[in-house]
Design a protein around this ligand. Structure first.
Ligand code: NAP
Length: 482
């Protein structure tokens, strides 16, 4: 049995030392499946973050100047350490976050893939020599690490969201100050423990936990911190973009979504059902790319709903540590009330509960996997992220209706569509206003592809060859008089 406490650190990691908050304040961390307090973390703020930035700033020149192969050797070691401890890290993740253990193991594994991918990609960060317009002049375009990077991550993927920021940053020579969510800090702090074990130089990775506005505010105010990469809600992202103006930082924003899942009359319905189950109910509906609105064309609507209800009823709610459980609890009471509010609002406006629709008898923050039919554009979830296990089904008639309904949102992260018509799929590529589109697939996140949204879902990409660009500055060097 994995010992989940092996990697549990109850301190900040600053300049290579494990330290508490300056005033000794702590915050409890709770297992959402049991309500049990599993530990404490420092409730740090401004002063601790300032020291972490100092440490990262001091460590930057030597780390950036390290031989590329030396830096990448460290990244490979981090990869191996992560996978060697996959079971205990996954158990820690499940205990602080609630997701089923199998999903937590998958999250650790995808984090490792990001390390591996960027250990490979960093070898192909190439500059350019561009033909000059006049003789005797040479134009060089060179790439350089941006410097100290601030990373702020959410609770829903507390390990892999940090992995896909750490991997490209460390690969190209940036140093880091990270702040994990107070709901799930241990999976974030574990990265510092692993990095310490494999020999990262002091100050290269710093992690501070505690008061989010104070830590974020300190990051945004310091000119030495050259870039902030944030994954979380659109509202906090907007605040950080505003705060970044004073020191003109680079920002990457992976924000909220409102994914449409469109099923056309010619779709392979069984495949579409598998896709919607994975997209909607993974992590109990608490993913940014979750299907938030399910649009089904009239000709297959009733058959699709019948199959969806049958599959949804077969989901097993419970403690993610228990065998066979497919659905964990919601992260906290606020999330539970929000999800419940969406269902009540929809019912009041005419939606029908086909299955689920209420808190579960398990108590705590468990909400029943739910299917609603008769969903309409005036219901709150048409515009807001549900972030819970509720699948609202909207009926549509023509292709254009489906596309218009899908695009009717301020968000633009992921969209999904099921059809067997290749021409229609190509039109969807043109017409869907989203950063990512899954055709006949409900699970599209992969290290090789650029993950990210348009509209109010964000700026920048994570993954793919594009994901490294956000950690690099481009310099133009003109050599004249040749
Ligand atoms: P959140 O409330 O915005 O929190 C995200 C992070 O920001 C947490 O670490 C939080 O700290 C911190 N934070 C909160 N207020 C802050 C402030 N004033 N200054 C600096 N940092 C602050 O989002 P969440 O509820 O954790 O996560 C869910 C959201 O993330 C959803 O909207 C989801 O769609 C989005 N998300 C997007 C992606 C993507 O790739 N596009 C991926 C995953 C999730 P505390 O938690 O400690 O308060």
């Amino acid at each position: 049995m994995a010992d989940w406490k092996n990697w549990m650190r109850e301190a900040n990691y600053i300049a290579g030392a494990w330290v508490g908050a300056d005033d000794g304040a702590t915050l409890d961390v709770t297992n959402p499946a049991t309500g049990e307090v599993i530990g404490q973390i420092p409730k740090s703020g401004h002063s601790e973050t300032m020291r972490a930035i100092d440490a990262a700033h001091a460590a930057f020149p030597a780390f950036a100047a390290m031989d590329l192969m030396g830096r990448l050797a460290l990244l490979w070691k981090l990869h191996d350490a992560l996978m060697d401890n996959q079971d205990s890290l996954a158990e820690l993740l499940t205990r602080e976050m609630g997701k089923p253990l199998a999903e937590a193991k998958g999250e650790i594994a995808i984090g490792a893939q990001y390390l591996r991918w960027y250990a490979e990609e960093a070898r192909r960060v190439k500059g350019e020599i561009v033909p000059a317009g006049v003789n005797g002049r040479r134009i060089l375009v060179t790439k350089h690490p941006v410097g100290v990077v601030g990373m702020i991550t959410p609770w829903n993927f507390p390990s892999s969201m940090l992995a896909r920021k750490l991997a490209p940053a460390l690969a190209v020579g940036c140093t880091v100050v990270a702040k994990p969510s107070e709901e799930t800090p241990y999976s974030g702090l574990a990265w510092a423990a692993l990095a310490e074990d494999v020999g990262y130089p002091k100050g290269v990775i710093n992690i501070v936990t505690g008061d989010a506005p104070a830590i974020g505010g300190a990051m945004m105010a310091r000119p030495e911190l050259r870039k902030v990469t944030f994954t979380g809600s659109t509202n906090v992202g907007k605040l950080l973009i505003r705060q970044s103006a004073d020191t003109v930082k680079k920002v990457s924003m992976e924000l909220g979504g409102n994914a449409p899942f469109i099923v056309f009359d010619d779709a392979d319905l069984d495949r579409a059902i598998d896709g919607v189950m994975a997209s909607k109910f993974r992590n109990s509906g608490q993913t940014c790319v979750c299907a938030n609105r399910v649009f089904v064309q009239a000709g297959v609507h009733d058959e699709f709903v019948a199959k969806l209800v049958e599959k949804t009823r077969a989901l097993k709610l419970g403690n993610g540590m228990d065998a066979g459980v497919t659905q964990g609890p919601l992260i906290n009471q606020a999330a539970l009330k929000k999800v419940e509010g969406f269902v009540e609002d929809a019912k009041a406006k005419g939606a029908t509960v086909a299955t689920g629709g209420m808190r579960d008898q398990l108590g705590g923050t468990f909400f029943q996997p739910t299917v609603l039919t008769g969903a309409k554009a005036d219901m709150e979830f048409a515009q807001e992220e549900i972030f819970g296990p509720v699948a609202p089904v909207f009926k549509f008639e023509t292709d254009q209706d489906g596309i218009d309904m899908a695009n009717n949102t301020r968000f633009g992260l992921a969209a999904y569509a099921y059809t067997s018509d290749l021409a229609r799929a190509m039109r969807l590529d043109r017409d869907l206003q989203y950063g990512m589109v899954g055709i006949n697939s409900g699970m599209i996140t992969t290290v090789e592809a650029p993950f990210g949204g348009v509209k109010e879902s964000g700026l920048g990409k994570e993954g793919g060859s594009q994901g490294v660009e956000d950690y690099l500055d481009t310099k133009y060097v003109c050599i004249d008089g040749l």
